[in-house]
Write a protein that binds this ligand. Structure first.
Ligand code: GDP
Ligand code: MG
Length: 598
């Protein structure tokens, strides 16, 4: 393909503003998906995306579009909107020259509209502003066109109006893309060394690793050895092609094109997102810039419920990592939960999706420990510790504890300003500036400890603003704070999985909550079991589980021996799912229930 006829763009927007639905209309209009094959949000290919109604993975697809008799090749990438997946968006932006910025005409600009726009500007992309959902009676396109025009410094008439539902305006959108998104400008002389950026990959159990690439310079042919420049490995591709809307093998991929390569390799260490692919013969000298590794925001332990599944969990994480470049993990052991992995995530939704994918795609049943942010602890003896697991908080005299901070941007109708300020204060936030983005709506800027924002902040924000506020945040330094580790002890033994690092003001309520929960969850045994919460050696809360008075077998009066035996067997089977903590038997379910966030 002649690269002057290629246009690569992604669709970016706040969650639910209609990216995937507009992408559907584009697939249909271009004719690559027929009416009878069409389903809603076609590019949300995973079941979990369909069920939850959210996009998790970016999806690239090639669509042809003809303007004035010339056929153009559009590379379209639909992206996720949720803040946890912005790393997914940023990688996609690097494969494009343009971005369609969608805004819901009933809602206007929201927090991720801005964060995605700024990311696209950082990548120097041409921005095409579009109002979506103009079919809805509550749409206010004129008002929001002014808002967007003000933001971008363009005339309101330049803001396109479309409906992903009816397809109105979508053909004009495609014409605008052809006219305004620049063609790729890679080296495309016949002898230019090939360079392709790996922007995503996925593990296919039949075909091995599939890598998604953006050709930047030169050409790769299907019968040509390739080299991964970062890893230094050489492969014989078994297939190369484009996705339109399913994988279609082609003979070659030229400068500017987006496509895929299958090497037949199943060893997951042989592929890395961000690496550059070149040809083995006449290779390029310098790799492309690649990606910055994302920094995990929260960590949690993932443990197989059946400890024999530990090797399977390792294998599954390795494979999932191919398709989820933001996931990090390392082995961890817990007295209470056995062998597992300490995993880093970009947020709680990311964590939930990873656990869910491990369950669905790899058949693993897992327990996850309470998520925690990371802390830097300096002791009186000046030793420094980076703590990603509360149970590893150092013993002894602490000099200072530092926690990560985020810059949070909140967009809300002005009548809720007071209530949101109160919420942020309760979460130890520091207010920065505030701007009006329209006469009715403001954007407030706060610095807030990450630990205060990742857990239930968003739900509270939504409920205090009747659902009208949106939130975006990104890392922004750290601060020292009065943080302590609270341990939970069962019959005097610390249960590592329940330790938490909390602000001193909240230590007592955490202790009371956990001890009460465990008293309900752990069955009575032959002896009394104390459950305590402690900061160091100081006990801050205590509950007791009273001893059982009668033997279970006493229930079977008389000589029904078969019944007794059955009961004993049932008990034995039950024991398998018990963990021994000292002398105390704790059912697996008690851990799961105690660690459940509610
Ligand atoms: P995304 O999160 O940006 O990908 O948004 P989706 O495409 O998943 O759409 C979110 C919701 O808005 C879905 O329920 C869509 O059916 C609906 N939607 C999207 N575009 C339109 C539109 O133009 N008109 C109407 N009425 N609904 C739309
Ligand atoms: Mg979507």
């Amino acid at each position: 393909t002649d690269q002057s006829l290629v246009r690569n763009f992604c669709i970016i927007a706040h969650i639910d503003h209609g990216k995937s639905t507009v992408a559907d209309r584009i697939l249909q209009l271009s004719g690559i998906v027929e009416q009878r094959e069409m389903r809603d949000r076609f590019l949300d290919r995973m079941d979990i995306e369909q069920e939850r109604g959210i996009t998790i993975k970016s999806q690239a697809v090639r669509v042809p579009w003809t303007v004035d008799g010339t056929e153009y090749t559009l590379g379209m990438i639909d992206t996720p909107g949720h803040v946890d997946f912005s790393y997914e968006v940023s990688r996609s932006l690097a494969a494009c020259e343009g971005a369609v910025l969608l805004v819901d005409a009933t809602q206007g600009i929201e927090a991720q509209t801005l964060s995605n726009l700024y990311m696209a500007m950082d990548h120097d992309l041409a921005i095409i502003p579009v109002l979506n959902k103009i079919d809805l009676p509550s749409a206010e396109p004129d008002k929001h066109a002014d808002e967007i025009a003000g933001l971008l410094g363009v005339d309101p008439s330049e803001v396109l109006r479309v409906s992903g539902k009816t397809g109105d305006g979508v053909a004009e959108l495609l014409n605008r893309i052809v006219a305004e998104v620049p063609a790729p400008k890679g080296q495309d002389a016949p002898d230019s060394p090939a360079r392709a950026l790996i922007f995503d990959s996925v593990y296919d159990s039949y075909r091995g690793i599939v890598t998604y690439i953006r050709m930047v310079d030169g050409e790769l042919k299907s019968r040509q050895k390739i080299r991964m420049m970062g890893l230094g490995t050489v492969h014989d591709p078994i297939e190369l092609g484009v996705i339109s809307p399913e994988m279609q093998p082609t003979k070659a991929l030229g400068a500017g094109e987006v496509g895929y390569i299958i090497t037949g390799v199943k060893d997951v260490s042989q592929s890395k997102v961000g690496d550059t692919i070149t040809a083995e013969v006449a290779p390029a000298e310098e790799p492309l810039a690649g990606y910055r590794d994302p920094q995990p925001m929260v960590y949690a332990g993932l443990f197989p419920i059946d400890n024999a599944q530990f090797p399977d969990l390792r294998d599954a994480l390795d494979k999932l990592k191919l398709n989820d470049a933001a996931l990090v993990y390392e082995p961890e052991t817990s007295v209470a939960l056995g062998f597992g992995f300490r995993c880093g995530f970009l947020g709680l939704l990311h964590m939930e999706i990873v656990s869910e994918r491990l369950r669905r795609e790899f058949g693993l049943d897992l327990i996850s420990t309470a998520p925690s942010v990371t802390y830097d602890v300096v002791m009186e003896d000046r030793s420094e510790h980076h703590v990603t697991n509360p149970s590893e908080f150092p013993e002894g005299k602490v000099r200072s504890v530092t926690e990560p901070m985020v810059a949070a941007d909140i967009i809300l109708p002005k009548e809720f300003i007071g209530s949101v300020m109160e919420l942020c204060q309760e979460h130890r936030g520091n207010m920065g500036t505030m701007e009006y983005i329209s006469p009715e709506r403001v954007e407030m800027h706060y610095t807030i400890p990450l630990a205060e924002i990742v857990f239930d902040f968003f739900d509270q924000l939504k409920s205090r603003t009747k659902g009208y506020a949106s939130l975006d945040y990104h890392e922004s330094g750290e601060q020292t704070a009065d943080l302590v580790k609270v341990d939970i002890l069962i019959q005097g033994e610390t249960v590592d999985a329940f330790s938490a690092i909390v602000h001193r003001d909240k230590a007592y309520s955490y202790g009371v909550m956990m001890t009460k929960k465990l008293r309900e969850l752990i069955p009575r045994q032959q002896f009394e079991i104390p459950i305590q919460a402690a900061i160091g050696s100081r006990i801050i809360a205590r509950e007791n589980i009273r001893a059982l008075r009668k033997d279970v077998l006493a229930k079977c009066y008389g000589g029904d021996i078969t019944r007794k035996r059955k009961l004993l067997e049932k008990q034995k089977a039950g024991k398998k799912r018990m963990k021994m903590l000292g002398h105390v038997e704790v059912p697996q379910e008690a851990f799961i229930a105690a660690l459940a966030t509610d």
